[in-house]
Ligand binder design. Structure first.
Ligand code: ADP
Ligand code: ASP
Ligand code: MG
Length: 410
């Protein structure tokens, strides 16, 4: 019998009516002959509320305690959903991350999954139950509750789908698929029928909040097709899958804007072997996730190094830099929080030229100054002043015609 994993995000389980609707989706998948595992997020904005509650009592809460608190949101949803299914006459059982042995590392608030014990789930599935698992949470080797980072229920779902060798992982959310860019920020964005794992991975890591990046990594690694679709409409959505040849023909598949960023610049660092390693291994040791790094030689003796990070990591990064500043003989440090990063992504960039040119031209015409530029094989990112972020995104989307389906672009 095929196994289907269905993940419901916060807005899709926000109240009793929505929980019932999600329960019915799972029941119809079971009636269609599948074994069904549901992964649920906390209801509505509950995780945000729990963060606010914590900060009211302690502006810098211990991360272990934060995980104890945040994991409670998902535990409420799964038990309520099991009750809803029971009331409809179906066999359902809920589990926390720890109960299904979702083992992670000990990096509280941004833990990574290491292993999953699928036996308890498969036994219940074989007994005819719908199994409902709390997303976003796991436990470390010592049994402490951990969480996977905001938006992490997607990752719980795809990782479970991989462990159970599920046929598909369906991500039910408040949009009907993956759009060329966030439709809330560019209302003319269009929905894609499919997108490659690599493109989705870049989009997710560049701020497309619709999917958690680690979820896409799991999908790619374990060949799990991910179907992102609406919890309110019946229509099918976007399939995230391996690259197929026609995807190469599309110059730019999507664009993103990331605002929750900070940039740290180290000016006048000694230009000698080992310094970059010293800086970034110290940041890694402090559990700071670094996005883009730019190093430039200014003379034989000195170099400038700058990097971007998520704003949540800013305090940790500043502390780490102060600890090693004297070892690298850094003359001055600057921090910018008033930045946004606008990016375009497309596997077609590998085989087409002129993408960078078109992007810079669009920004110039919109009178947006570019602070710094970084690229990969399939993306180009520009850091701009935060006040120009939305304008820059619109200019770039217009330039690449992201308001039209790929086959109608010039
Ligand atoms: P959930 O609670 O279901 O996990 P999220 O809020 O995490 O939902 O993700 C859905 C939201 O992602 C959408 O409402 C949309 O505003 C946003 N989003 C950002 N980028 C995109 C994109 N490229 N395509 C679709 N939605 C996007
Ligand atoms: N409830 C968590 C959050 O709001 C996890 C998730 O929704 O995926 O970030
Ligand atoms: Mg989400």
């Amino acid at each position: 019998m095929a196994i289907v994993v269905q993940k419901f995000g916060g807005t899709s389980v926000a109240d009793a009516e929505k929980i019932r609707r999600a329960a019915m989706r799972a029941i119809s998948a079971q009636k269609a002959g599948n074994q069904v595992v549901v992964v649920a997020s906390a209801r509505g904005k509950q995780t945000d509320q729990l963060v606010t509650d914590a900060i009211e009592l302690n502006p810098d809460p211990p991360r272990r305690e934060m995980d104890m608190l945040l994991s409670t949101g998902e535990q409420q949803t799964v038990s309520l959903m099991a009750m809803a299914m029971d009331a409809m006459g179906y066999k359902a059982i809920s589990f926390t991350g720890s109960q299904i042995r979702m083992v992670t590392d000990a990096a509280h608030t941004k833990a990574r999954i290491q292993s999953i014990g699928a036996e308890r789930i498969t036994k219940k599935l074989d007994d005819g139950f719908i199994v409902i698992v709390a997303g976003f949470q796991g436990m470390d080797e010592d049994g402490n509750i951990t969480t996977l980072g905001r938006g992490g229920s997607d990752t719980s779902a795809v990782a479970l789908a991989a462990a159970l060798e599920a046929e598909v992982c369906e991500i039910y959310t408040d949009v009907d698929g993956i759009y060329t860019t966030d439709p809330r920020k560019y209302p003319d964005a269009v929905r894609m029928d499919q997108i490659s794992y690599d493109e989705m991975l870049e989009l997710a890591s560049l701020g497309a909040g619709v999917m958690h990046g680690r979820a896409v990594e799991f999908g790619k690694k374990y060949n799990v097709p991910i179907h992102v679709r609406s919890s309110m409409k019946e229509m099918s959505g976007t399939i995230i899958t391996h690259e197929v040849p026609q995807m190469e023909g599309i110059l730019v598949s999507g664009a993103t804007i990331q605002k929750n960023l900070a940039k740290i610049g180290l000016v006048g660092v000694d230009n000698r072997p080992g310094n970059a390693a010293r800086i970034f291994s110290h940041l890694a040791g402090s559990q700071v996730i670094v996005n883009d790094i730019i190093q430039t030689e200014v003379s034989e003796q000195k170099a400038n190094v700058s990097f971007t990070i998520g704003r949540d990591d800013l305090d940790g990064a500043k502390k780490a830099i102060e600890e090693i500043r004297s070892q690298i003989h850094c003359e001055s440090v600057f921090v910018r929080e008033d930045i946004a990063e606008v990016s375009v992504v497309g596997v077609g960039m590998r085989s087409h030229y002129g993408v960078a040119d078109k992007m810079f031209q669009a920004l110039a015409e919109a009178k947006v100054n570019i602070d710094s530029i970084t690229t990969s094989e399939i993306r180009i990112s520009c850091v701009v002043d935060i006040d120009h972020g939305e304008k820059a995104l619109t200019a770039v989307c217009d330039a690449f015609e992201l308001n039209k389906p790929a086959d109608e672009r010039s």
